[in-house]
Write a protein that binds this ligand. Structure first.
Ligand SMILES: [Zn+2]
Length: 132
């Protein structure tokens, strides 16, 4: 199924080809471009080999178009983008901004689906009655 990914602030398309494009940053470092897999729950990431990070490092994710911080209101370690599938449904995709952590929560209305072995860590920040 083809899904588009949109910045929740400027609504620009973040998906190009088979990648979702982000600018990531840290304090005192201007950042890098990373490419993530568009399939929810697939944690394959592409980046230039000169960009070296360690497991557990936290980054700030930004829209590469409007530069807005994509930090979510649910938890400081989760970023949020919009995903629109080919039926026209729009979901909120929350994903961990910590290197090596596999946490993705896909939310539409009152319904939340968990992906990745670390996603349980964040369930308390969503209404438990929403979990299925
Ligand atoms: Zn944007």
């Amino acid at each position: 199924m083809h899904s588009d990914f949109l910045c929740p602030h400027c609504r620009s398309h973040l998906r190009v080809g088979d990648y979702v494009v982000f600018r990531i940053k840290k304090k005192k470092w201007e950042g890098a471009i990373i490419l993530m897999h568009p399939q929810v729950g697939n944690y394959h990431v592409e980046h230039h080999p000169s960009f070296i990070f360690e497991e557990g490092e936290k980054f700030d994710f930004h829209c590469p178009v409007c530069q807005h911080d994509l930090a979510s209101s649910k938890h400081e370690d989760l970023a949020m983008v919009l995903m629109r599938d080919n039926t026209g449904e729009t979901y909120q995709i929350y994903f961990s901004t910590i290197a090596g952590e596999k946490s993705t929560l896909k939310m539409m209305g009152e319904h939340v689906e968990l992906y990745g072995k670390d996603s349980e860590k964040y369930v308390d920040f969503f209404t438990l009655s929403q979990l299925h």
